[in-house]
Design a binder for this molecule. Structure first.
Ligand SMILES: Cc1cc2nc3c(=O)[nH]c(=O)nc-3n(C[C@H](O)[C@H](O)[C@H](O)COP(=O)(O)OP(=O)(O)OC[C@H]3O[C@@H](n4cnc5c(N)ncnc54)[C@H](O)[C@@H]3O)c2cc1C
Length: 560
């Protein structure tokens, strides 16, 4: 029976074909061409969420800027929870990475004199965001994808869905993956696995995230016993379109767009984000950090100063004063999205916007090298908590053999019994998913407190139990999207629980985590990362000291 499962051996498996996955695979291929690398992705790589990034990528390049300034912006932006050695390494490498992309063909936008153009971005006190018009992610991903094609040692498994990490003798030694075209479960063995599966915005009802962002990689690691770190920190982006959640990039504000309430008033000046200055001096205000802007929206709503539409409350993002020429040159995609999805032309009308879930600060616990506590398992990109693109230190991993056929047989049987061949279940995917999203928005949204968090935790525990009663209509093998939706929902419910329980444990307010019952930051007790471990019942939380080097905790000041 075990032999009937097709198996494939590689030196290194990268799960995910977005920016992090492709960059990691290229780094391995460059570091050692004798290593063979597999990229396994549930969608064709160019459909990864990276493609939809609009605004740009930060890296110090101009004479008025410095690495220390970028570090300090990042650290204070993180409300001092970032590990400073990791920030320093990241800030130092970022410009070299962006130049590398340039050499691989990324068409960065230019100043009139031919040098790299940079634009202001939220929370950055100096302009340092490189961009390719407002389709940065598309160009960046295309550049990486095309570069990856040059390496014969990289083999791709497109539209293969990873369901489990294989662990033997305390080491990660491969994965199981469902080949979506045939519905056949495969085993892929490797000496090391790098998880680059992106974020989990789909746990929430309003999000900028594509439908594939269901936290699979976090779920895979969590189930393999690896802790998730800082899961309570969920970033809301202040300007999503009501209804769809489609992102209106921060570049719209970087280029001079302003936020106004129903009275046409620039309300951000009321929330410690600096005075209203005549355009184009927008360094604070609209370019304050995302957490504070999203919180300001909630306060405006409490004061009944937001507008009311078919998809709930909203405010207005006004770019009309930029003029048609600048809008078409700098943010053409914003115009296209507003016209297509809300039927208004931003040259003539203000765009309705509201905060929507955008990014997971938390993720798989890794060290500076991307290593997780499980030997053989690495993580990079949005799925990881310390995000280091690239995997050039993997060459030193020792090679070891794993006997995993038994594990694989279990996984194929588990999927069959739980979903494909089950009779009599009464729960439906869409209904459970909506209950989960509603519970998250209600209990673990922009503001949280103990009562709502406890209710959300209870709802999620109930949902986890009801997952066993899931009924699937489609029992076919080929491209069974109902089956993948069920597996994704399983991951999402567990990640949602990790978020809610982490938020319950942190009885303070910091950055994107705002507890209305504990409104102050509490450095004495909580200058710490949260670690959360999966158990069969309530998840277990623990804490880990933050690495502070040159920047002692201070107050976050914007504008003024
Ligand atoms: C609309 C939008 C705009 C953004 N704009 C910006 C911006 O301007 N600047 C910026 O810095 N950041 C931006 N971000 C954030 C940034 O784009 C992402 O954090 C980043 O692209 C994530 O890259 P990644 O490689 O980690 O994951 P992704 O690009 O999400 O790729 C994940 C990969 O994992 C694969 N995968 C997932 N689950 C499985 C599974 N079970 N089996 C197999 N494969 C799997 C997918 O197929 C995919 O290839 C934006 C995000 C969004 C949503």
């Amino acid at each position: 029976m075990a032999e009937s499962i097709p198996s494939h051996e590689h030196d290194i498996i990268v799960v995910g074909g977005g920016a992090a996955g492709l960059r990691a695979a290229i780094a391995v291929a460059q570091a050692d061409p004798t290593l063979d690398v597999a990229i396994v992705s549930k969608v064709y790589p160019m459909r990864s969420h990276t493609v939809s990034a609009e605004g740009g990528a930060a890296g110090v390049i101009k004479a008025n800027d410095s690495l220390d300034a970028h570090c300090l912006d990042t650290i204070s932006g993180s409300d001092w929870l970032a590990d400073q050695p990791a920030v320093e390494a990241f800030v130092q490498e970022a410009p070299q990475e962006l130049l590398q992309l340039e050499h691989w063909g990324c068409p960065w936008s230019r100043e009139p004199d031919g040098s790299i153009a940079v634009r202001p971005f939220g929370g950055m006190k100096i302009e340092r965001t490189w961009y390719a018009a407002d389709k940065t992610g598309f160009h960046l991903l295309h550049t990486l994808f095309q570069t990856s094609l040059k390496f014969p040692s990289i083999r791709r498994y497109d539209e293969w869905f990873v369901t489990k990490l294989l662990v033997a003798d305390g080491r990660c030694c491969g994965i199981t993956a469902l080949e979506l075209r045939t519905g056949v479960m495969h085993l892929l063995g490797a000496k090391a696995v790098i998880v680059c599966t992106g974020g989990a915005g789909r746990i929430f009802p309003f999000t900028t995230n594509g439908a594939i962002k269901t936290g699979d990689g976090m779920g895979l690691a969590y189930r393999a016993g690896v802790p998730l770190k800082d899961m309570e920190f969920v970033q809301y982006h202040p300007t999503g379109l009501p209804g769809t959640g489609i992102l209106i990039t921060e570049a719209a504000r970087g280029e001079g767009g302003i936020l106004v309430n129903k009275d046409g008033y620039r309300y951000l000046q009321d929330y410690g984000l600096g005075p209203a200055e005549p355009w184009p001096r927008l360094r604070a205000m609209e370019l304050g950090p995302r957490d504070k802007l999203s919180q300001a929206f909630i306060y405006e709503r409490q004061k009944h100063r937001t507008l009311d539409g078919p998809h709930g409350d909203y405010v207005l993002l006004d770019v009309r004063h930029l003029g048609e020429e600048k809008i078409d040159q700098k943010i053409p995609f914003v115009r296209e999205l507003a016209r297509r999805y809300v039927g208004i032309d931003p040259v003539h009308e203000a765009i309705p916007v509201r905060p929507v879930v955008h990014y997971m600060m938390g993720g798989i616990h890794t060290d500076l090298d991307g290593a997780t506590p499980l030997p053989g398992l690495y993580a990079a990109g949005e799925v990881a908590c310390v995000s280091i693109n690239g995997a050039n230190r993997l060459g030193s991993n020792s090679l070891s053999e794993c006997l995993v056929f038994g594990l694989v047989t279990d996984e194929a049987r588990r999927i069959n019994e739980r979903y494909l061949h089950k009779e009599g279940g009464r729960e439906r995917i869409a209904a459970l998913r909506t209950e989960m999203q509603t519970a998250m928005e209600r209990g673990a949204g922009i503001f949280r407190d103990e009562t709502t968090l406890r209710q959300t935790c209870a709802t999620l525990a109930d949902l986890r139990g009801r997952m066993a009663q899931l009924r699937l209509e489609d029992h076919s093998r080929s491209f069974n999207t109902e089956l993948t939706a069920a597996i994704e929902l399983e991951f999402m419910v567990e990640i949602a629980e990790a978020i809610a329980h982490s938020a319950l444990a942190r009885t303070e307010s910091r950055g994107s985590h705002q507890r209305s019952d504990y409104p102050r930051r509490d450095d004495a007790r909580f200058l710490k990362h949260t670690l959360i471990y999966r158990t069969d019942g309530t998840p277990r939380t623990d804490f880990l000291t933050v690495g502070i080097t040159r920047w002692p905790p201070g107050e976050r000041v914007y504008g003024g």
